[in-house]
Design a protein around this ligand. Structure first.
Ligand code: HEC
Length: 134
């Protein structure tokens, strides 16, 4: 009997500890390291119809579309994790960021694209979270 309770207890403990790791939901905030600001994310400022989404389509998808002949890998918001997208804009490691392909974008544009991609990044949608359900 004692063993049974021990088993029950450890199973519960594992379930409680493992749960947050498997159920990420749409983030509500983003710390922008470059400007040291906390960006509040909503459907209106970073959802699929937001300014950031439009800038992404116009200024990034112009090259990064499927089957392009510019040597640009296909990219969409779920191509990277939240961390991954922040790294793209903080370090600007991609070749296209260095060779002037981003030069038409203002600092504010960059922040908005980053917000949009972060909010819709890989593993951010969770239908079991109150924020995302329904
Ligand atoms: C003029 C075309 C062009 C535009 C516009 C452009 N890119 Fe790129 N991008 C490229 C090419 C070509 C590469 C591949 C360069 C290489 O050889 O590494 C690339 C590489 C990248 C990579 C690295 C690949 C990866 O999967 O990690 C990222 C990330 C990226 N671009 C993001 C962006 C974002 C975000 C924007 C918009 C702000 C953008 N790009 C706009 C052409 C473009």
């Amino acid at each position: 009997m004692k063993n049974f309770f021990f088993f029950l207890f450890s199973t519960l403990l594992v379930a409680i500890l493992a749960l947050p790791a498997t159920s990420e939901a749409t983030p509500k905030k983003r710390l922008d390291e470059a400007t040291q600001t906390c960006r509040i994310l909503t459907f209106y400022n970073s959802g699929w119809a937001s300014p950031g989404s439009k800038i992404f389509k116009k200024s990034c998808k112009s090259c990064h579309y499927q089957g392009n002949d510019k040597g640009a890998p296909f990219l969409y918001s779920e191509s990277k994790s939240m961390k991954g997208w922040n790294r793209v804009f903080l370090t600007r490691y991609p070749e296209c960021a260095k060779n002037g392909s981003w030069s038409s974008l203002s600092m504010e544009d960059i922040l908005q694209v980053n917000d949009y991609l972060y909010r819709n990044a890989a593993n951010t949608y969770n239908p079991k979270d109150a924020e995302d359900c329904g």
